[in-house]
Design a binder for this molecule. Structure first.
Ligand SMILES: C[S@@+](CC[C@H](N)C(=O)[O-])C[C@H]1O[C@@H](n2cnc3c(N)ncnc32)[C@H](O)[C@@H]1O
Length: 349
C-alpha cells in the first residue's frame, strides 16, 4: 500500500516515533521501515504532522496483527514509554492494575509498569512511583543516538523533553565550553559532548551525578564531561558570599574549581525557580555566551518575566539579546513551559 510516512534520519527515529505516538499519529496498520539510513514511520494524517518533519508517500508493508493494551481493555489507556517501562498516571489503583495487566498481556516489549504516586517534589524534583510489574525502577532509555541509564525513583527524568533537548544540542559546536547548571543524568550534557563540546554538568542530587558519569561512559564521552555534585551556587566561590547568602555560605566551597567567566553556553532547566540562580549563571558566563533559560509561566505573558529577570541579573555587565522565544509544551491549563535562548555579550562600556 502507498501510505504517507514521516522520513527521519535513523538516529532521530526513536524520539520522532515517540513524539508521533504522543500525538497519536502513527498508523499501526503498517510496518515502520528502515532504508538508506532513514526511518519511515507510517502516519494516519499527513496534514497533522508538525511542519519541521518531512512527509513522503511510500509503499509500506501491512503489519501482522499485534495485540495492543487497548484490544484487551476495550478502551485506549494513556501511558508513556521509557525504555522497557510503561509509565501510568492513574489515581484509581484498580484501573492502574487493570491497565498494567493489559500492558503485560499485550505484544508491547515491556518489562516494567510504574504508576505515578506523587508529583515531582523537593530540590531534586524526584517523584514516588508504585511498581506494578517488574523488578525495579531503573530503565535504559535511548534518544537521538544517546543511551541513558537512570533510576526513576532516584532522579528526575522526562522523555517528553527529547525534541527540545535535540533542538538545543543541534546548536552546539565542537570547540565550545558548555555548562549545565541542573544536569540530572545528562540528557543535555551527553549529546553536547558527543558533538565535541567540553562539558560541565552540576547537580545537587548524588544519584543523578552517578548516572551522569555512567552515561558519559556509556556514550564514550567521559573525557569531555566533568560531573560535579554540589549546589550550583558554589561553583563560583569568588562570588558566593556576595550573591547568594546563607544557603550557600554554609556549604563548603574550599578547594572547589572556579567556573567564573568560563562558559560559551549555559543550560538552566529548573523551571519554577531558575530566576533564583541567574546571578550564578551570569558569573559562569564567558564574554560571549548563549543561555538556554527554561521557565513556566501563564500563557498571557510566557516570556516576559524570564526576560526581565535575565536583564536584571546581566545588565549592564552584558548586552542581552533574546535570540529565540520558544514554547516547549503546554504544562497545565493556561500555563506554558517555555525556553528563552539569550545571548550575553560582555559590554565594552
Ligand atoms: C528539572 S530537573 C532537570 C534535569 C535535566 N536537566 C533534565 O533535563 O532531565 C532539575 C535538576 O536540578 C537539580 N537541582 C535542583 N537544585 C539544584 C541546585 N541548587 N544546584 C544544582 N542542582 C540542582 C535537581 O536535582 C534536578 O536533577
Amino acid at each position: 500500500m502507498n501510505v504517507p510516512c514521516v522520513r527521519v534520519p535513523r538516529e532521530e527515529g526513536e524520539a520522532t516515533r515517540s513524539d508521533l505516538a504522543d500525538a497519536d499519529l502513527i498508523d499501526d496498520d503498517y510496518e515502520i521501515a528502515v532504508e538508506d539510513g532513514n526511518l519511515y514511520i507510517p502516519v494516519t494524517d499527513a496534514e497533522a504532522v508538525p511542519d519541521d518533519l518531512e512527509v513522503v508517500r511510500r509503499t509500506a508493508d501491512e503489519r501482522e496483527t499485534q495485540t495492543r493494551p487497548a484490544d484487551l481493555l476495550g478502551f485506549d489507556p494513556s501511558y508513556e514509554r521509557l525504555g522497557k517501562a510503561v509509565l501510568l498516571d492513574e489515581d484509581d489503583p484498580d484501573r492502574a492494575r487493570e491497565i498494567a495487566d493489559a500492558v503485560l498481556g499485550s505484544d508491547l516489549p515491556v518489562e516494567t509498569v510504574l504508576n505515578k504516586a506523587s508529583k515531582v517534589k523537593g530540590e531534586t524534583r524526584v517523584r514516588d512511583w508504585e511498581l506494578l510489574a517488574g523488578e525495579d525502577t531503573e530503565v535504559i532509555h535511548r534518544e537521538y543516538g544517546c543511551e541513558f541509564a537512570l533510576d526513576l525513583a532516584e532522579v528526575y527524568f522526562s522523555p517528553r523533553l527529547a525534541t527540545e533537548r535535540h533542538r538545543v544540542a543541534e546548536q552546539v559546536a565542537a570547540d565550545e565550553r558548555a555548562f549545565d547548571m541542573f544536569a540530572g543524568v545528562g540528557p543535555f550534557v551527553v549529546p553536547f559532548a558527543k558533538r565535541g563540546a567540553e562539558c560541565v554538568g552540576v547537580d545537587i542530587n548524588p544519584d543523578a551525578i552517578a548516572y551522569l558519569r555512567e552515561n558519559a561512559c556509556r556514550n564514550g564521552v567521559e573525557d569531555r564531561v566533568t560531573a560535579i555534585c554540589t549546589d550550583v551556587r558554589t561553583v563560583v566561590p569568588s562570588r558566593v558570599d556576595a550573591s547568594e547568602g546563607e544557603a550557600v555560605t554554609e556549604r563548603d566551597t574550599k578547594g572547589a574549581p572556579d567556573y567564573e567567566n568560563w562558559a560559551d553556553r549555559i543550560v538552566m532547566n529548573l523551571p519554577h525557580s531558575a530566576d533564583e540562580f541567574l546571578e550564578t549563571a551570569v558569573a559562569i558566563a564567558g564574554d560571549d555566551c548563549v543561555l538556554h533559560y527554561y521557565d513556566i509561566q501563564h500563557e498571557d505573558d510566557p516570556f516576559g518575566p524570564g526576560e526581565r529577570a535575565i536583564r536584571d541579573a546581566a545588565e549592564p555587565e552584558y548586552d542581552v539579546s533574546v535570540e529565540t522565544r520558544h514554547t516547549v509544551r503546554s504544562y497545565a491549563p493556561h500555563e506554558l513551559n517555555v525556553c528563552l535562548d539569550v545571548r550575553l555579550e560582555r559590554s565594552s562600556a
